[in-house]
Write a protein that binds this ligand. Structure first.
Ligand code: UT7
Length: 310
């Protein structure tokens, strides 16, 4: 039984914070941010909207898109490093908001690779026949753990959420191959104390190497070649890191999602937010081979090759 995505939706806060806005509150420049990261603006959620709210808004859209009700959901997995509380989990809060009374619920903490980890976890329950409909959500309210006095990190991140309903899909479609990995020895390069603390150069080096490698690995595991790939959806952290992955796959520019300019790095929600964008743009169509790849704090990484469609 192949597991795929049968419905998807996202929520982005309305408030846009541009690089020019940041120039007013810290020693930075639009020019520096754009050339080093590709980011032009990001969304920031208001005080009264936390991760569980954003997750719920995105989930409602995904359920509608999938044509199922909340009661059809058997498991909710939320990838996040910015939960409302240490517990209850965001997944339990979403379960209540949706009225998904038949669903088990838990959060998954794998930072920016979180959505890959959550999708692969969902796939295992679906493949074994244990569950049919699994709601997988990536959500982050990173603005609450950003040190607005630290220009090294404050310019990079944004808030947002996206949700996917995963379920059995027709023969040949859905997840074709995956790779998940971790290297705890690199945890010191990117972590949260009170705020996000990051050694940008170390994370950059790791990301450039890992994104390309994992993408190639899932293509090979799926029995495909680079030429078979229709679209690359990398974690939207930094355009230079994404470009390195694209070049490793020898893909033309128009075959990679680039939402980082508009939304910044939204950690675990960046890949599904980009997926929704590209579906809306008509860049992803049924039977396209999609490669998704992420990396993040932990250090963690994850990649999935998927044939789009129900
Ligand atoms: O989801 C995973 C999250 N993390 C990442 O993806 C981060 C990966 N790393 C990166 O994206 C890059 O390393 C950064 C964008 C964070 C930094 O780019 P870089 O080319 O590696 O710059 P750098 O760290 O070598 O810093 C160059 C200079 C430094 O000044 P000095 O020491 O050379 O005088 C920084 O102080 O740029 C300075 N700088 C800034 N200047 C203006 C750092 N942040 C800023 C800023 N505005 N916001």
């Amino acid at each position: 039984m192949n597991a795929g995505i049968i419905g998807i939706g996202r929520y982005l806060p309305e408030k846009i914070v541009t690089n020019a806005d940041l120039e007013k509150i810290m020693d930075t420049s639009d020019e520096w941010i754009q050339t080093r990261t590709g980011i032009k603006e990001r969304r920031i959620a208001p005080d009264n909207i936390d991760s569980s709210d954003m997750a719920y808004f995105a989930a409602e859209k995904a359920l509608k898109d999938a044509g199922i009700t909340a009661e059809d959901i058997e498991l909710i997995l939320v990838a996040t490093v910015t939960p409302d509380y240490p517990f209850p989990s965001v997944a339990c809060m979403v379960q209540e908001k949706l009225g998904a009374i038949n669903a088990a619920a838990m959060d998954i903490s794998a930072a920016c690779a979180g959505f890959m980890y959550a999708m692969v976890t969902a796939q295992q329950f679906i493949k074994t026949g244990a569950y049919k409909n699994v709601l997988v959500i990536g959500v982050e309210k990173l603005s609450k753990i950003i040190d607005w006095n630290d220009r090294n990190t404050a310019v990079l991140f944004g808030d947002g959420a996206a949700a996917a309903v995963m379920a059995p899909v027709s023969e040949g479609r859905g997840i074709l191959a995956f790779e998940l990995g971790a290297d705890g020895s690199g945890g010191k390069h990117l972590y949260q104390d009170e705020y996000i603390i990051m050694n940008g150069r170390e994370v950059f080096k790791f990301a450039v190497r890992q994104m390309g490698e994992s993408a190639i690995n899932v293509i090979e595991k799926a029995g495909l070649t680079k030429e078979d790939v229709d679209f690359l959806v990398p974690h939207q952290a930094n355009i230079r890191i994404m470009e390195a992955a694209r070049q490793r796959l020898e893909l033309p520019e128009e075959k990679m999602s680039k939402t980082v300019a508009k939304y910044g790095n939204t950690s675990s929600s960046s890949i599904p937010i980009a997926l929704v964008e590209e579906l809306e743009n008509g860049k992803i169509k049924d039977d396209d081979i999609i490669v998704m790849v992420g990396f993040g704090g932990g250090l963690t990484w994850g990649a999935i090759a998927l044939k789009w469609g129900k």
